[in-house]
Design a protein around this ligand. Sequence first.
Ligand code: TEU
Ligand code: CA
Length: 555
Amino acid sequence: MKKTWWKEAVVYQIYPRSFMDSNCDGIGDLKGITGRLDYLNYLGIDVIWLSPVYQSPNDDNGYDISDYQAIMHEFGTMEDFDELLEQAHKRGIRIVMDLVVNHTSDEHKWFMESRSSKDNAYRDYYIWREGKDADTPPNNWGSCFGGSAWQYDERTEMYYLHLFSKKQPDLNWDNPEVRKNIFAMMTWWCDKGIDGFRMDVISMISKTKEMPDGKLTDFYGDYGPYCVNGPNVHRYLQEMNEKVLSKYDIMTVGETPGVTTKLAKQYAGEDTNELNMVFQFELVDTPGKYGKWTDEKLPLTELKRIMTRWQTELYGQAWNSLFWDNHDQPRAVSRFGDDSKTHRETSAKMLATCLHMMQGTPYIYQGEELGMTNFPFKKPEDFRDIESINAYSEWCRSGKVSHDDFWPCLLLRSRDNARTPMQWDDTSQAGFTSGTPWIAVNPNYKEINAKKETANPDSVFHYYKKLIALRKQNPVIVYGKYELLLADSETLYVYTRTLEEEKLLVVCNFSDQETTFALPEEFAGCPCLISNKENDYGKANIMVKPYEAFVLKKN
Ligand code: TEU
Ligand code: CA
C-alpha cells in the first residue's frame, strides 16, 4: 500500500455560513475562519474542507454557484480568501475546496446564455429536452429536493434537467467545451495554491442519452439508473485526472451517492487514476419511512456490517473516507450516540474512538469535536434548508402523512441540525456573531461550547485532540488491517487493527447498558492507548460501562 500524506491526514469540514461571523451581519465569513485557525491548529487537524465559498444566490447555501472564480460577497473578497489560504499554510493546514460541477446556478452566465435561445453557443452546456406535451415534462423523474426534475422554460418552450433545485440546472458533461471550461477553472484554483477538491455529487455527472421514465417511488420516478454512476463518469474523471489533478500534489474526495465497494475501487482505486477517496452513503442514507425521512435508528449489527464491508473490501485496493456526519446530516451524537445529559459526552467520545481507529481518512464536521447536538426545532418555520422545507410541504401539506408522524423524522434527519452556528462560548449567540444569526443558535450553547471544552482536559474536544495525535504516532491506525470481532453483538462494536507486529483492540459500547466483554488472551496486560472511562482493562472479563470505549495496544 502506497503511503501518502492524505492517508495520514485528519480533515475538518467548515460550513462557512455557520462557523464564525467577523462583521456582525449574522453570516459566517472568511475572515471569521482565519480568526479561528489557531483553534483548529490546537485541535491538530491537517486539512480544512471548505464548503462552497463562491458567488451564489444561495438557493442551496452556496451549492448553486453563479461564478466559480469569485467569492460570495457575504463571505468576503478574493483577498480574504488569499489571506485565509496563506494563514492556513503558515500553520501547516491545507485547504480543500468544494467543487460543485454537476450543476451551476441558473444565474451563472453559461445558463443565462443557454436559456436565451436554441442556437446560442452555450445551449448545449445544459440538458434540454422537449416536453411530452405542453404541460408534461420529458419524463417522470423527481428532483432530490422535491418536485419534478424538469423545469419548463418559456423562452424556448423546452425543459431543462435539474436533479436538485430548479435553480441548479445540470451541466452537460458530454459536451467537451463544458469539460474544458471546468478543467481550466480547476487549474486556476490549483495554481492559486489550494490543496485539493471535495467533489459534489460527482457520481452523477454522466447521464444516459436515453431518458425514459423511472421506477415510481413516493411521488416521482427514480432517475438513479440513468444519472448515477452513469456511462461516462469514469472516462470523465480519468480525463480530469490527466488534465488537472495529476499535475498537482493535491487530495481529492468524491461525494458519490450510489457508490458500492466495487465502484469505489474504480473511483478511488490505488491505480485507477481517478480520485483519492470517496464518501459512501450506505451508513447515513439508509432508506427511511418516508423516502430518506425516518425517526428510526440503525441497528448496531447493521452499522457494523456496512462499516466492515467497506473496511475489508477496500483494503489495499482503494482508500476509505470516514465520517459520521457533515452539513447534510444530523449531528452524530444525536443520531448514532445518545445526546441526553447523562450520556452525551461519553457517547460522543465513543463514536470518535470507533471512527478514528478505522482505516481511512477521518473527517470531523465543525462542532462534532464539542459533541454538538441536533436542534430542538419547534415549528416548520424554524427550518432554513430547502430540502427540509420542500419535504415538509411535499409530505405533510399535501396530506400524504400527518404532521405528527412526519415531525419526529424531520427533527431527527433535517440537514439544518448540522447548520446551526458553531458554539464558541457562553456569551450571546454563542460567540458566533454579535448580530442576528441567519439560523438560530442551539439553546444548549451555555453547556456546550468551545471555550468550556478547551478549558476542560476531560472534554470531548481534548479527546478528539488526543485521537488525532495518536494517529500521528501509530502507523497501525493509518495502515493496519481491520478485523471485526463479535459481529452479532447488539451492544458492542469490537475490532482489531494489525500492522506487522503491532495490533490494536478497539472496544466500543453503543448502548446505555453495562455489558461484559471477555478480553482476548493476546491482549491480557496490554496498555490502554485511550479510553473514555476509568476501568480495569487487566481483567479477563471486563464490565464495559454504558457508551464506554477503549483501545488496547499489543507491542
Ligand atoms: O449533496 C448531495 C446529496 O446527495 C444530498 O442530496 C444528500 O444526500 C442529502 O442532502 C441528504 O439529505 C450535495 C451537497 O452536499 C448538498 O449540500 C447539496 O445540497 C447537493 O449536493 C446539491 O449540490
Ligand atoms: Ca459576516
